[in-house]
Design a protein around this ligand. Structure first.
Ligand SMILES: *[C@@H]1O[C@H](CO)[C@@H](O)[C@H](O)[C@H]1NC(C)=O
Ligand SMILES: *[C@@H]1O[C@H](CO)[C@@H](O)[C@H](O)[C@H]1NC(C)=O
Ligand SMILES: *[C@@H]1O[C@H](CO)[C@@H](O)[C@H](O)[C@H]1NC(C)=O
Ligand SMILES: *[C@@H]1O[C@H](CO)[C@@H](O)[C@H](O)[C@H]1NC(C)=O
Length: 362
C-alpha cells in the first residue's frame, strides 16, 4: 500500500501542466513584447525604386520613382519621389571633354544613393535617355557622341544600382513619352475617353503627339502601344532644330544674313523685335552656326550685337520665316513638308524646364 501511495504522490500529472504553463507564459511575454515593438515602430511599407536620367539638350534631370513592391490591384502606382537637376549644361555640351559628362552626374547620383534604402540599391534599375541635343551632336560628330555616352555609362556603372543602359531615344519615343506623361498626370489612362494631346517644347527639338481623327499618311509619324489594357494609335512628330534654343539660332541666322547685307558696321548690329528694348547681347557668329540645323554662311565679322526693340507684330512675322509651308506631299502638313492631321482636342504643354500645363486648343 505504501508503494501504491508513493506512486500516486509521484504521479507526474502535474509536470506537463508546469511545462505547459511555463511555455504559455514565455509565449505570452514574447507576443506582448512583439506587439509593443510593432506598435512603436510600424512595419515599413515595401517599396521598389527606379532612376531615370532625362538628358536634354540644355540640362539633365535625375528622377527617382517609387512603387509598392506588392502591386495594388495589379496596377503599379508609380510616384516620383525626388528630382535632382544636374549642374551645368546638357551632356551634349561635353563634346570636347567627354569625361566631364559622366562626372557632371556625380552629385545627383550620390543624392539618389541617399534617397533609396541601401537594401534596394542592387535591384534599382537606372536608365539614361538622351534627346535632341545628342541627336544633333551625333549628326555633327558621331565619335564625340559615342564618347559622351561611354562616359555617362562608365559613370553610372560606378553606383550600386542595376545599370540598364544609356542611349539616344528616337523622336517618336520622345513624343510618346511626353504623351504618356501628360495623360498619366491627368489620370486619363484608366478611362477610355478624353486623352490630351501633348506639345513638348524642348531646347533642341519640339514634339507634337495626339490621337488623330483621320488616317496617318506617313509611316514615320505613327506610334502604337498598349498601356493599362488599352491600345493606343498616336500621331507624333519631333521637329529637330525647333526647340527654343535652336529655333532662336534659325531666326537669328536669317536676321544676321540680311543685317550683314545691309550694314558694314563692326560688330554687325542685328535688330530683333522679339527681344525687349534695352536688350543688347554680344554673340559670336560662330555660336549661331555651330549646329547642323543650318549651313554655315560666309560672314566677314565674327561678332554681332544682338539688340532688342520689342515689337509684337514684327516678331510674329519674323518667327513665321523659320517655318516653310511652301510644299506638302500629303493631304495636310504642319510645316517643312511634315504630314500632320487636323489637331483635335485639348493639349497639355511642356515648356522645357517647366511642368506640364493643360491648355485649350484655341
Ligand atoms: C484597389 O481596389 C480597392 C477596392 O476595389 C479600392 O478601394 C482601392 O482604392 C484600390 N487601390 C488603388 C490604388 O487603386
Ligand atoms: C550694344 O553694345 C555694343 C557693345 O557694347 C555697342 O557697341 C553698341 O553701340 C550697343 N548698341 C545699342 C543699340 O545699345
Ligand atoms: C568668304 O568671303 C571672302 C570675301 O568676302 C572670300 O575671300 C572667301 O574666300 C570666302 N570664303 C568662303 C569659304 O567662301
Ligand atoms: C521652302 O522649301 C522649299 C523646298 O521644300 C525650298 O525650295 C524653298 O527655298 C524654301 N523656302 C524658304 C524660304 O526657305
Amino acid at each position: 500500500m505504501d508503494e501504491q501511495e508513493e506512486v500516486k504522490v509521484k504521479n507526474p500529472w502535474h509536470r506537463p501542466v508546469l511545462i505547459f504553463l511555463t511555455v504559455f507564459i514565455i509565449l505570452g511575454i514574447v507576443i506582448m513584447v512583439s506587439i509593443s515593438v510593432v506598435q512603436n515602430k510600424p512595419l515599413p511599407k515595401k517599396y521598389k525604386y527606379g532612376i531615370v536620367l532625362d538628358a536634354g539638350s540644355s540640362h539633365t534631370s535625375v528622377f527617382i520613382y517609387e512603387w509598392p513592391a506588392e502591386k495594388e490591384n495589379n496596377t503599379g502606382m508609380v510616384r516620383q519621389i525626388h528630382t535632382c537637376n544636374v549642374k551645368g549644361k546638357g551632356i551634349s555640351s561635353y563634346n570636347a571633354n567627354p569625361d566631364g559628362a559622366g562626372k557632371s552626374l556625380q552629385e545627383c547620383m550620390v543624392e539618389a544613393k541617399q534617397k533609396i534604402p541601401a537594401y534596394r540599391h542592387s535591384e534599382t534599375p537606372v536608365y539614361l535617355g538622351a534627346t535632341a541635343g545628342m541627336r544633333l551632336l551625333k549628326m555633327e560628330d558621331e565619335t564625340a557622341s559615342e564618347k559622351v555616352l561611354a562616359s555617362v555609362e562608365h559613370s553610372l556603372k560606378t553606383y550600386p544600382f542595376s545599370y540598364q543602359g544609356a542611349r539616344i531615344i528616337s523622336g517618336q519615343e520622345e513624343g510618346a513619352f511626353g504623351w504618356i506623361t501628360v495623360n498619366y498626370l491627368n489620370q486619363n489612362l484608366n478611362k477610355p475617353t478624353g486623352t490630351l494631346g501633348a506639345l513638348d517644347l524642348g531646347g533642341a527639338s519640339t514634339q507634337i503627339t495626339f490621337i488623330p481623327q483621320q488616317e496617318i499618311e506617313s509611316g514615320d509619324n505613327s506610334i502604337d502601344f498598349r498601356l493599362y489594357g488599352n491600345d493606343y494609335h498616336l500621331y507624333t512628330h519631333s521637329f529637330l532644330c525647333y526647340g527654343k534654343d535652336q529655333a532662336l539660332k534659325l531666326s537669328l541666322s536669317k536676321k544676321l544674313v540680311s543685317a550683314h547685307a545691309a550694314s558694314k558696321t563692326d560688330p554687325i548690329e542685328v535688330r530683333d523685335p522679339c527681344f525687349h528694348p534695352g536688350y543688347n547681347f554680344t554673340r559670336t557668329v560662330q555660336s549661331i552656326f555651330d549646329t547642323p540645323c543650318m549651313k554655315a554662311v560666309n560672314i566677314s565679322s565674327g561678332i554681332i550685337s544682338h539688340v532688342g526693340f520689342g515689337d509684337w507684330s514684327q516678331c510674329q512675322q519674323s518667327i513665321r520665316k523659320v517655318f516653310n509651308t511652301s510644299r506638302c506631299a500629303y493631304s495636310k502638313c504642319s510645316f517643312n513638308e511634315v504630314f500632320q492631321p487636323s489637331v483635335y482636342g485639348k493639349f497639355g504643354v511642356s515648356l522645357d524646364k517647366f511642368e506640364w500645363l493643360v491648355a485649350n486648343q484655341n
